[in-house]
Design a protein around this ligand. Structure first.
Ligand SMILES: Cc1ncc(COP(=O)(O)O)c(C=O)c1O
Length: 417
């Protein structure tokens, strides 16, 4: 494809689950920002800043539009990556003590709904976290973050099982006071949270909160999240053809349940010697600022807007090519008697090992043939190593940048090795 024409003929990039290759329009949007209107967002009155504001706001709108979510119900904040977003949310939930309440009276810190934090209008009952819930197939990002938060709060953590089709097995779990963090698509075989709607409904009915890790869903399965009622969605722009950036899409009615983690520039409307007025509390259009302490990655945010435009422009032909490449490689691998695949279905993200072959050596040998693919446990150690008891694996993750000839090259190289 012309948007990836910088890729050499002998270079086969199959590591899109980590970071997609960036199509030219995304890189050009980043260049435009640096060359044409390099300026700080949301603070600057000169023309470059006006342009930056317009494009940054445009990206927030495009994200909500892509997910068919209303700005009345959700807001969009930017962070470093999925991991950062999940940690930020978890650390903003629960942990209220009388000391917090006292601090918020004097300093304007603490609970976001507290009147002293700006006379909000947001309310502010907080949220008492009684347990953390995650699933067995998670990336270390939510897996470790839920572990650390549960430890810190002194509450239990439950690891639920997932069916082979990716459904979360909730059984008789009580989600009262629970913060549930689960992925929408796994990073080793792409299995999806097929009962996403049911999960959100059930957790809400019990009085819990749902955070969706959509890191692997946004490039090819964002439809799954359309009109979701989840409390928050975290994802990484760098896995959806955009620059390195984290995104949090958060329900507005979560705000009164949050306490403030970080505070700094760009978050306040007024400051006194010992108190401040949060913009998020005083102005609903500034809700996103509660997670955006300090300067943001303006160019990267703008290029995410370009990436969403580019994704929306994918043709039937592009989708068919990705599907055909996936099917071809999946069938080739499943047809080999010594290959053991993870998961039962073909997916652009596929993991396997070859009996009697060290995956790391295989990865290095493929690397010498120009094939870039990952080996190991892909930060899903618990499930792949402890639950499945598999040796380190090889992962191919395909994308719209994958060409038919890449698959032929991989097949030939594997046969040769
Ligand atoms: C399912 C899933 N969740 C979370 C992450 C963490 O993403 P990041 O490293 O961008 O924070 C990844 C990264 O591969 C992932 O695949």
């Amino acid at each position: 494809m012309k948007d990836f024409d910088y890729l050499g003929a002998g270079e086969v990039y199959l590591d899109a689950a980590c970071q997609s290759l960036r199509p030219r329009p995304v890189v050009e949007a980043l260049e435009q920002y640096y060359y044409r209107h390099n300026s700080c967002g949301e603070r600057v009155k000169y023309l470059w800043g006006v342009k930056t504001d317009e494009l940054v706001e445009g990206t927030r709108k495009k994200i909500l539009k892509l997910l068919k979510l209303s700005a009345r119900d959700y807001f969009v904040s930017f962070t470093l990556n999925t991991t950062y977003g999940i940690n930020l949310l978890l650390n903003s939930l629960g942990g209220f003590s009388s000391a917090d309440a006292g601090a918020s009276k004097g300093s304007g810190s603490g609970r976001l709904g507290a009147a002293s934090a700006g006379g909000s209008g947001f309310g502010g009952a907080g949220f008492e976290v009684r347990k953390l819930v995650t699933s067995e197939i998670e990336h270390n990002s939510p897996f470790l973050a839920t572990m650390a938060r549960a430890e810190r709060l002194g509450v239990p953590r439950v690891v639920l099982k997932r069916a082979e089709d990716g459904a979360l097995l909730m059984e008789d779990t009580d989600f009262a006071g629970a913060v549930v963090v689960v992925n929408c698509a796994a990073n080793f075989d792409g299995r999806r949270l097929v009962n996403l709607k049911e999960v959100v409904k059930r957790v809400h009915k019990d009085g819990g909160i749902v955070i969706i890790d959509a890191a692997q869903a946004m490039a090819h399965y964002h439809e799954m999240l359309e009109k979701t009622e989840a409390d928050a969605i975290c994802f990484s722009a760098h896995k959806m053809y955009a620059s390195s950036l984290g995104v949090m899409v958060v329900r507005r009615d979560l705000i009164p349940r949050l306490s403030l983690c970080f505070v700094g520039g760009g978050m306040v409307d007024d400051v006194f010697e010992d108190r401040y007025v949060l913009s998020a509390v005083g102005n609903k259009d500034h809700a996103h600022t509660i997670f955006e302490a300090g300067l943001q990655a303006w160019g990267e945010i703008i290029s995410l807007g370009a990436a969403i435009g580019w994704l929306n422009g994918r043709t039937k032909e592009d989708k068919c090519r990705l599907e055909a490449c996936t099917r071809e490689l999946d069938e080739f691998l499943r047809g080999k008697s010594r290959v053991r695949m993870v998961g039962a279905e073909a997916n652009p993200t596929m993991s396997f090992y070859v009996e009697g072959v060290d995956s790391h050596l295989l990865g290095a040998a493929l690397g010498k043939e120009g094939i870039m693919a990952r080996t190991g446990y892909f930060c899903a150690h618990y499930y792949l190593d402890k639950v499945l008891g598999m040796p380190p694996l090889m992962r191919f993750s395909l994308s719209y940048a994958t060409r038919e000839e890449d698959i032929e090259r991989v097949k030939k190289a594997l046969a040769k090795i």
